[in-house]
Design a protein around this ligand. Structure first.
Ligand code: XMP
Length: 318
């Protein structure tokens, strides 16, 4: 019978044997899969595992700093690379969803390659690929592992990066990955995180992306997510987030009419992201969250809640 403890034990032994004294590079995304893969490799080869965590400027509020801290706390040999400006610059003026995904994917590869080259004599690239990733198409993805994965899919890594690929989770499903992480003592905070798309807030800002819009959406998202946690709702939801709509909606301030941003909140139940139902969040929670957002986030005067299921309405709006 499969148990997480036995999986950890045999996998760590196999990794030790396979990798020996070689150096390994791994891109951390902050998500469950790459974090658990990193922890397994760390157990096997310690600091010969070189982790790279890229800030694309489209992460949640304070996410880069806090997740980097958690990784260091876990003992991982990790380098945080803040490439926010480079991503925002490359995205300037782009409003097509697939165009944005392509730019984010390309810049990620550039930044990751630069960092990977600084690790001398690296022989392996580790990835947090799980079983369903190998079945589903990842072509639309812009996430760290997904980007490298799609490179990998089309016939290997860039020539100059002749790394062998190691994927310790490739036979596992998501719930098994969580159990493996728990058996290694990883925190529920990391293991229970909602899925988050590789292109991040970039595909939750409809239309073109600016630093100002990112800052607004980060505030809105943080109020929503912290509220879900405070109300004990976070773990009942598969995924939640906020979208910044390309709509200026009218409001009144005294006897003035103002035009400010409208945001949509989305929370869904799902088992695999392929289908999803909107979550029936308590009215009191929605009321409090909407008030908090409108009172605290300058530039937003209207909040709506998305009550559409997938199909046909995808989880993300872009
Ligand atoms: P949709 O919007 O297609 O999303 O219902 C299903 C799941 O996939 C995530 N998603 C992405 N993840 N790169 C990613 O890494 C992407 O381009 C991307 N688009 C959607 C989405 O957050 C949800 O979990």
């Amino acid at each position: 019978d499969w148990t997480p403890d036995a999986f950890v034990e045999t996998t760590v032994e196999e990794l030790k044997k396979e990798i020996g004294d070689d150096k390994v590079i791994l891109g951390l995304s902050g998500g469950v899969d790459s974090s658990v893969a990193a922890m397994l490799l760390h157990k096997a080869i310690g600091d010969h595992l070189h982790c790279i965590f890229v800030n694309n400027g489209l992460l949640r509020k304070n996410e880069f700093e806090s997740v980097l801290d958690q990784y260091k706390h876990m003992g991982l040999n990790v380098k945080g690379v803040d490439a926010s400006a480079r991503f925002l610059d490359a995205l300037k003026g782009e409003s097509d969803p697939e165009g944005k995904r392509k730019i984010i994917g390309r810049v990620f590869i550039e930044v990751f390659d630069d960092e990977a080259h600084k690790v001398e004599n690296a022989k392996w690239l580790a990835q947090g690929t799980i079983y369903p990733d190998r079945i589903e198409s990842v072509s639309a993805s812009g996430g760290p592992s997904a980007v490298i994965k799609s490179h990998h899919n089309v016939g290997g890594l860039p020539d100059y990066m002749k790394l062998k690929v190691v994927e310790p989770l490739k036979m596992l499903f998501k719930d098994e990955v969580r159990r493996v992480g728990a058996s290694m003592g990883m925190s529920p905070e990391i293991l229970g995180r909602h899925p988050f798309p590789g292109p991040g807030l970039g595909i939750r800002i409809l239309g073109d992306i600016t630093a100002e819009k990112v800052a607004i959406l980060q505030e809105v998202d943080a109020i929503f997510i912290e509220g879900l946690k405070k109300w004990g709702l976070y773990d009942k939801v598969w995924q939640a987030g906020a979208m910044l709509l390309p709509v200026d909606s009218v409001g009144v301030m005294g006897d003035e009419r103002t035009y400010e941003k409208c945001v949509a909140l989305r929370a869904v139940e799902s088992t695999d992201g392929m289908t999803a139902d909107w979550v029936n969040l308590p009215y009191e929670f929605l009321q409090k969250t909407s008030n908090d957002i409108i009172n605290k986030v300058k530039g937003v005067n209207r909040v709506v809640y998305d009550i559409s299921s997938k199909p046909p309405a995808t989880i993300e709006w872009e």
